[in-house]
Design a protein around this ligand. Sequence first.
Ligand SMILES: [Zn+2]
Length: 278
Amino acid sequence: MLKRALFLIISLLLISPSSVLAYGANTPDHATIIITKSLNYDAKKANISPKIIKTLVRVFSWEIDFNKDLRKGDRFIIVGNPGANPHALIYIGATKRVAVFSYTDKHGRTGYYDINGHTLYPSFLKYPLKYSRVSSKFQRKRLHPILKTWRPHRAVDFVAKKGTPVYSVASGVIQHRKNMGVLGNVVYVKHGSNYTTVYAHLSKFARGLKPSSKVKKGQVIGYVGSTGRSTGPHLHYELRYKGIRKNPLTHPLPKRKKVAHTDFWRFKNKANTILHRL
Ligand SMILES: [Zn+2]
């Protein structure tokens, strides 16, 4: 009898919550998606509402490339009663874990913040360099200075001296760093899944960067030049949102938010409680 009781206690200790989660158990206060095919497929199988899937993708796209990073066996845990706004969203991948917790600011807007009280999305700088003037704005039609034809210019050209440092407008990952003909030496930086910035006509690249290198906001990625199809030293700068070129000077840019000081400890305690219960 004693032996049996002991066995029971040991088995209970061994069945840690994480091993329960590994079988995809949906309990009243959290649901788990285990990736077998794709997020959409497996989320549907786990009865997760499309609204929550959308939130999940929107929030995590700053940390996870949904087209490339997901692997079989990766898990998403949605904490909180289904249907309402989840209390927490957690991603557990083979090499990475990301957890965010809901917080409603004084304006009544609910968002997701990491354990340190920051949103996953970064702030963007408006300008990628110290420039002397804008020589060509974002416009539907302009007379091309070399081709002498009317064509759209979905970028901003900043005039600056050759060699002026050019920096990434936000944290991100280098996507391309090479010579691309018309654009000359060009760097593409990917910020989350939705934003890409493009820096063209560079005289040279910053040392040590290659595709898939991480860069920080304000980090130098190259230097102003006139490579490619260009009449003089300038930076051709593009901001792309979901693949569409937007006006970098007028398009609303992401701005990182913080949990208010007065709410921070309450927020952190709640987050820790959630993590310990899993
Ligand atoms: Zn241009």
